[in-house]
Design a protein around this ligand. Structure first.
Ligand SMILES: C[S@@+](CC[C@H](N)C(=O)[O-])C[C@H]1O[C@@H](n2cnc3c(N)ncnc32)[C@H](O)[C@@H]1O
Length: 194
């Protein structure tokens, strides 16, 4: 008999919810729905694996339908996870997902990143939110001074890093994506205005 893990069951339930709500709210690009598990969920899960030693709390900014925030919360029930998202309807979806998956470690903040009170989180993540220079201003508002940013970036990541270095100094460690040849996870610490 095979045993299906709690994590697998919760992620399957999450995929079902995304498919159910997507026609109404557009949580992910409709064309990517057939590949939801690989394109979005496995992509987010690899961040949880990359950040497996992360401690403290976790803030996902511009969380949308909960990528990667919900996946992090499922994978790391030991972490307290906050999802910061300005869109009311997406927050309704997130509340519903949290309830249906039975997640007890998630808080949803329905505000704009620039207006929400500083969260001083130990870890901040973002996926498909903004170019790195702007993203670092968002992150620096909410990251604790000794915290770590985990930023999921596509093929233009090198030029975004070069641009960001004009205004910011930071320590960078890159992790190649397992799900997309050209993508990376940027692990960033010590963010300061240059
Ligand atoms: C392209 S979506 C990406 C969503 C999710 N991270 C993903 O990978 O599927 C960007 C999300 O960020 C939210 N967003 C954009 N600017 C924001 C801001 N200034 N404050 C809060 N949320 C914001 C949008 O409402 C949207 O849900």
């Amino acid at each position: 008999m095979t045993t299906v893990s709690r994590e697998t069951m919760q992620l399957e339930a999450y995929a079902t919810l995304l498919r159910k709500w997507n026609p109404t709210i557009n949580l992910v690009a409709p064309a990517t729905l057939p590949n939801l598990e690989a394109r979005h969920i496995a992509d987010s899960l690899q961040l949880a694996r990359t950040a497996e030693d992360a401690v403290g709390d976790w803030l996902d900014i511009g969380s949308g339908g909960g990528l990667p925030g919900i996946v992090i919360a499922v994978s790391r029930p030991d972490l307290s996870v906050s999802l910061l998202e300005s869109d009311k309807r997406k927050c309704s979806f997130l509340r519903s997902a949290v309830r249906e998956l039975g997640l007890e470690n998630v808080k949803i903040i329905n505000e704009r990143i620039e207006q929400a009170g500083p969260q001083s989180a130990s870890n901040v993540s973002a996926r498909a939110l903004a170019p790195l220079p702007l993203l670092l201003s968002y992150v620096s508002r909410h990251l604790a001074p000794d915290g770590t940013a985990w930023l999921m970036k596509g093929r233009n990541w090198r030029s975004e890093v070069d641009d960001a270095r004009k205004d910011w100094s930071f320590d960078l460690c890159t992790h190649k994506s397992q799900t997309d040849e050209e993508a990376v996870i940027l692990q960033i610490t010590g963010i300061r205005h240059a």
